[in-house]
Design a protein. Sequence first.
Length: 280
Amino acid sequence: MRVLAINDISCVGKCSLTVALPIISAAGITCDILPTAILSTHTGGFRGYTFRDLSEDIPAVLKHWKSLGLQYDFIISGYLGSIAQIEMVKSVKDDFLKKNGTFIVDPVMGDNGILYSHFAQNFVNEMKGLCEIADVIVPNLTEACFLTATPYGEFDEQGYDDLLDKLKKLCARPSVTGCDIVENGCTRSAVFYTDENGTTKKYSTEKISGAFHGAGDVYGSALVGALARGVHLDDAVRIAAEFTKDSIVQTKKDATEPRYGLNSESQMFRFLSALEKATK
Ligand code: PXL
């Protein structure tokens, strides 16, 4: 199994490729990378960060890869710095994804109801086009709302089901993270997702209060790692959600600044043990 992760390198702050590469590799899967930009830190919570767009370098990289005849079982795309890069990802999918391969899009655009800096409505519209050619999309709740022109706010379970129905018009298998639900009087954090048969399901974990940067990257990377290992979608969602929750719990215990990302390193063994169990 060979995965290509298309994402930026945020040198500090543990997100995008600095999360995808260790998690997918630890899952036992070869993870090649196509960096879209190099930033001194990610853009969520730091000021004065540097941003080098790597778009100019990408055509030569892809030309070289074509000469090697590279083909991928999975391609996952994440943070894209421009509309031109969305178009580039579409052509990478056409040229480098195996016939029966899986294309996963993390439509990284925002969090907590707002778009990240650099993004506006025209980017959202183009991102919808990318989601339309994906097999699986992994938006957070904010991104799911922008993709479906749904006002961001509080949802009940029917509201999440309706949101998934709208997303299904874009992509058959959406998986939305960060959906708060109330079960037996307790707030829990759920992933709402659609399985291979088109049925919407949910998987919930304990809700840890606070905003934790990079949680979506940990979830998406663990999901790809599990799917690439041949784990069924239901188990892959469960394992990825538990790993993300465990990483959040540890990060909260560490009391590090949330903008520095999740301590997923400490939970890697647990994640791999769950993966081993699911693949036996
Ligand atoms: O974690 C998502 C992400 C990825 N890449 C960059 C970001 C963010 C979120 O802020 O700024 C550069």
